[in-house]
Design a protein around this ligand. Structure first.
Ligand SMILES: [Zn+2]
Length: 235
């Protein structure tokens, strides 16, 4: 029963016409100050973030992410669990650069759950193994490490938005999600994934019953409409 339902979901995911821009739009929409972005600037944040992630991956393409971390002097450990039952994305992996040796912790239980979800979406994320799921998270964190070491955070390289204006007083904020979009694009390029790995979050929500396939399909339609209304269908 479950298998049959999952296969149906896979078919529909492939039929959704997902591309990097659509999945990046989904990420952008989650930004805390998304409502402050002028719609005609969505394309700017999306394309610049995707480009920055891809460009950082070009010279590293085909390299083993665990070797890259090793060369960068970053320790990686697989911890049992983040100590919570929540399905929060943030608790899958953590990068801690406060110590002498920077360390990435990846949570085994979260990885196991994502592995099950990815397997249910046969092929939608390419061939998936447990190690591959871990590599996806390592590559994502590696991009943040590159940002940190380069002293150039994606969100800080892009235009800030104005959040508050009272007389001469202005407060601006950067678009933090641009850094996430870039990290996903980096990961996709480095590992040769068919889609931005943020798709895995959605597959996980569907596989665990937290989101219906129809809801995701509706969201995809909405993101595509937003993109085309702002002249981004050609991207
Ligand atoms: Zn991140």
């Amino acid at each position: 029963m479950t298998g049959a339902r999952n296969k149906e979901q896979v078919f529909e995911i492939r039929g959704l016409g997902l591309n990097d821009e659509v999945l990046a739009m989904a990420e952008l929409e989650r930004d805390p100050v998304f409502h402050k972005i002028a719609p005609d600037k969505y394309g700017y944040y999306i394309s610049r973030s995707l480009d920055m992630g891809r460009e950082a991956a070009v010279r590293l393409k085909g390299r083993d992410i665990r070797e890259l971390l090793d060369q960068a002097g970053v320790k990686f450990n697989l911890a049992a669990s983040a100590g919570t039952g929540a399905f929060k994305v943030a608790l899958r992996a953590q990068l801690d650069w406060s110590g002498k040796v920077p360390k990435i912790t990846v949570y085994r239980e979260s990885m196991r759950q994502l592995h099950i979800a990815a397997e249910a979406a046969e092929g939608a994320l390419g061939p998936v193994t447990f190690d591959r799921i871990v590599d996806i998270h390592l590559a994502h964190e590696y991009y943040h490490l590159l940002e940190y070491r380069g002293g150039q955070f994606t969100n800080e390289l892009l235009d800030p938005v104005e959040c508050l204006k009272i007389g001469p007083f202005r407060r601006t904020a950067t678009i933090l999600q641009s850094s996430e979009i870039a990290a996903h694009a980096f990961c996709k390029e480095l590992l040769g994934l068919p889609y931005l790995p943020s798709l895995l979050d959605n597959i996980y929500l569907m596989q665990t019953g937290h989101m219906k396939m129809e809801q995701f399909a509706e969201n995809v339609k909405k993101w595509k409409t937003i993109l085309s209304e702002n002249g981004l269908h050609m991207l």
